[in-house]
Design a protein around this ligand. Sequence first.
Ligand SMILES: Nc1ncnc2c1ncn2[C@@H]1O[C@H](COP(=O)(O)OP(=O)(O)OP(=O)(O)O)[C@@H](O)[C@H]1O
Ligand SMILES: [Mg+2]
Length: 499
Amino acid sequence: MAAAGFSTNVRTKEAAPHAAMLIESMRDIGYSLETALADIIDNSITATARSIRLFADTTSARPCLAILDDGTGMTEDELLAAMRPGSRNPLDTRDKDDLGRFGLGLKTASFSQCRKLTVASRKDGVTSCARWNLDEVARTNKWLVEFLDDCSGVPWIDELGSAGTLVIWESLDRLIEGDGNDARSAFVSRLDDAAEHLELVFHRFIAGERGIRKVALFLNGRQLEAFDPFHSSHPATQAGPVEKIKSGGQEVEVQTFTLPHHKKDPEGWERYAGKAGYLKNQGFYVYRGKRLIIHGTWFGLARQKELTKLARVRIDMPNGMDADWKIDVKKASAQPPYHVRERLRRIIETIGATSRRVYTARGHRLASDSRLPVWQRRQSGNEISYCLNPDHPVFAEFSARLPDELTADFRYILEMAASSIPIDALFADISSNPESVSGSDLAEDSLEHIVKTTFSALKASGISTEDAMQMMRVTDPFREKWELVANQLQDQMKETADE
Ligand SMILES: Nc1ncnc2c1ncn2[C@@H]1O[C@H](COP(=O)(O)OP(=O)(O)OP(=O)(O)O)[C@@H](O)[C@H]1O
Ligand SMILES: [Mg+2]
């Protein structure tokens, strides 16, 4: 019986896509050079490759690009299936190490960059070679893949090992605009940028990790290095525990990292900032099958703030959750499902607190570790203020030397200085470039005077030499120039002994 409202009298008409039109549209899914290359590399990794070599001919009259792997390779039938747009059903369950989903990547990624895609593959000692030539599809309006019986003219074919696959992109109309020197050097620099991106996207495969096969990646013979965005080997990086979130019978693993403050890692500071800088690179880093899909976003759960800019959170998801996470064909975007979002929101709150500690640690030290603070931090409710400490030996000693009528004036001066801290300007400077903001430098003779006064005042109050030195050692401004200060104190003590 027909469902209510539906007629059983249905006619069908063929509405198959026009090859010439659809294949052109497939070029514009939105790949960039790096996301396109990553999609091809995904296939090589899935095919258990250990070495993936990218070759680029940037100088010849017909520039081209190739991706060669030493994976399982394909038979001619498998190659034909691989060349078919929609070669696999996205609803199929895939092997857990399979980085594919849609049966499209090889075609869509390649067409986004070139008009001629050739794939040569060797398996069981037999080499097969197939080609999509978009100009031919446009001419014939037919989904016809060309097979080459003689592949001797295929670029880099001699590099193919006993098993593996070679993907070649020719007619790079999207990659090279024009044929002048400028166009070529722009191509070279785009390749360098892409290589940098691949060092991030595949860093776990390049570095090697338990449970995945290590892969060596090369661009024109240069081996790419893993770029670990969590700087996890640095001792000052704070890594949280691995947390597991269950979702739809599957598990997502989350781990938070707070990168070192620039003071703790001046050498690595620029490198780990990444091109976009710390502010933009904070956020979640979502990995699918250990391959990075998306990074530098809090998924709208929080804003990218200066205070949390050192926070990066690794999320590991399995490929069985692709639909829940709305993974796209390019493998360049994802959205966490609702119940995972709630958990992630709470994780952001905790990491916010850790980052705040890294940033205010110096402020805390000023107020807590030091027993001789020049500045005091005061908190009452939500209000925080800073004031100059009138009990600091330098201030106290000076004040004691003043005639009575001036001691109150001196206190007013200290209060005025503290009440007019240029907070807005400081905030603006620290927000845009925290590492360049510091207190003004102390001239040598001023430091000398302050060291002398402080030490004498401490001694005069009955504190032992050792304790006085220990106190000064952990206090600004002595701490930063301790060697100089210690030398001066030695001289001062010698002088006192001589007298
Ligand atoms: N380098 C390779 N080595 C061996 N087989 C490959 C290689 N590249 C592609 N294939 C085969 O071709 C098929 C189609 O690849 P394609 O990238 O188009 O889709 P996919 O990887 O299945 O899914 P996705 O669209 O998500 O990438 C793969 O499933 C795989 O069987
Ligand atoms: Mg693929």
